[in-house]
Ligand binder design. Structure first.
Ligand code: SF4
Length: 268
């Protein structure tokens, strides 16, 4: 494979589209700043870790039923806390039991939904890391990321991303969600290039919000991949600017690690 001109993840694309300066600080210069992790982020990571453990041990967990989920929460929480860069504030450490109860609550909702759907089978992929080549007008770009789950159901691949946020995207946003386009591109590449061939090509991409017990699904076509190409090329152009622009806004600055640091005084 030719050397890629850039390696870009869905998170990088999102950050670049919201603030040029944060993208360069975080993903080009890779400047780390000390700070505490947001408990909502750690709770989300723990939920992902629990689902991964749960599926890796399937079908045992399905047989043990809803009550068996409790045993996953401590291990999932430990996995989330041991992730590089995760540090809770002393006051949040005192609230860990509360956060773990929330993880268990979300896990139960997820479990009951899987039972109702009859989807108690081991997925094709769980927490699947990918690095795939993607052609653009500027040259080869490498896309990378991690797909939460891919299941083969009724001749289709169901590609799922779990979202533990307190709000959810609407159908139109999901139809053009760039992260799901990354995942569809990755799945199609894996289906063609895996050592053990994958029997289906058609894919359905979806976000699952356990807080709302809601799946919002969509499909991808040529138009989506063209749109992604165009947006990735724009990331490359923005990164060539020697003076990347800060673009403060309530949404982009809220979780930004550079807010009110020497790197950026413009955070809101
Ligand atoms: S604090 Fe806001 S303006 Fe500054 S780098 Fe972060 S997102 Fe950009």
């Amino acid at each position: 494979m030719a050397k890629p001109i850039a390696v870009i993840s869905a998170s990088q694309l999102e950050v670049s589209e919201s603030c040029d300066l944060r993208d360069v600080l975080q993903y080009v210069k890779r400047i780390k700043v000390p700070g505490f992790s947001h408990p909502a982020g750690v709770t989300g990571s723990a939920f992902h870790a629990c689902c991964e453990l749960w599926y890796r041990q399937a079908p045992g967990i399905f047989e043990s039923g809803e009550s068996g989920l409790t045993s996953f929460v401590d291990a999932g929480w430990r996995a989330a806390m041991s992730k590089k860069g995760t540090v809770l504030s002393p006051s949040d450490i005192l609230k860990q039991d509360e956060f773990k109860s929330e993880v268990l609550r979300l896990l139960k909702i997820f479990y009951v939904r899987q039972v109702a759907l009859g989807h108690l089978v081991k997925p094709l992929y769980i927490e699947k890391e990918f690095r795939i080549p993607f052609d653009s007008s500027e040259g080869l770009i490498e896309l990378y990321g991690l797909i939460d789950r891919i299941m083969l159901i009724d001749g289709k691949a169901w590609i799922t991303d779990y979202k533990t946020s307190s709000s959810h995207k609407k159908q139109k946003e999901v139809d053009w969600d760039h992260q799901l386009t990354f995942y569809s591109a990755a799945y199609r590449w894996l289906a063609k290039n895996s050592v053990s061939p994958i029997p289906v090509i058609e894919d359905r991409v979806e976000l699952y919000y356990p807080k709302f017990d809601l799946f919002v699904h969509s499909y991808r076509n040529k138009e989506h991949f063209e749109d992604l190409k165009h947006r990735l090329v724009e990331v490359i152009h923005r990164r060539r600017n020697p003076n990347p622009r800060p673009r403060p806004s309530k949404d982009s600055c809220f979780f930004c690690p550079y807010k009110n640091t020497v790197h950026c005084r413009e955070g809101r």
